[in-house]
Write a protein that binds this ligand. Structure first.
Ligand SMILES: [Fe+2]
Length: 199
């Protein structure tokens, strides 16, 4: 994040520059692929970990959560074709989402606070589906999680204190109209409403 330490730059300008640098590196890693492999995901995780560790770029005052909400997303970048969408997501303890997929790859890096991720995969076809628990990963400062397009996770923000995480997706929220929420018992998926809670 080369500009992060230059004097005379506003936090917003430094943030925009740092985000653009990461997006450029990620774009060159993925070369436009929507279906990335483990090595690419690893490279993206490394980029996002470095960005999240530049804590001077991520002051809580710049990413407030409205009093009547448990979370708020802020758009940091999205390519003109909807790809490589990055958000800062500010969350209060107690914010939770049921098991869901993303239909694109996702990398989530912690700046501060703790978010418990319970990770699942779905085996079998739609009639014989089974949701299988894979791991529990608490994403906090310096920790990153990568999820494939059909991987499933549920989240719960743990205390103490609010969390701020950086999310990078292969495609932005507005382009993810086929996401599903899963019933753990039956394996049946139902539509996940397109996320609108973005500033
Ligand atoms: Fe998610």
């Amino acid at each position: 994040m080369t500009m992060a330490n230059e004097p005379g730059q506003t936090a917003a300008a430094m943030r925009a520059h740092a985000v653009a640098e990461v997006i450029g590196r990620v774009r060159s890693l993925t070369e436009g692929r929507q279906d990335i492999g483990i090595a690419m995901a690893q490279g993206i995780c490394e980029q996002m970990a470095q960005l999240a560790s530049s804590t001077g770029l991520w002051n809580a005052d710049d990413f407030p959560i409205p009093e009547d909400k448990l979370w708020q997303a802020y758009l940091l970048h999205e390519d003109s074709d909807g790809c490589h969408a990055m958000y800062a997501v500010a969350m209060k303890p107690g914010h939770a989402q049921p098991p869901h997929n993303h239909t694109t790859w996702a990398v989530i890096a912690g700046v501060r606070g703790r978010e418990k991720n319970t990770v699942y995969v779905r085996d079998g076809d739609a009639q014989q589906a089974r949701i299988r628990h894979v791991s529990d990963i608490t994403v906090d400062a310096h920790r990153v999680i990568a999820l494939g397009a059909q991987d499933i996770h549920s989240i719960e923000v743990l205390g103490p204190g609010n969390a701020l995480h950086l999310h990078l997706y292969g495609r932005g929220f507005a382009h993810l109209g086929d996401r599903l929420i899963f019933d753990l018992e039956t394996g049946i998926g139902t539509p996940f409403p397109v996320i609108q809670n973005i500033n």
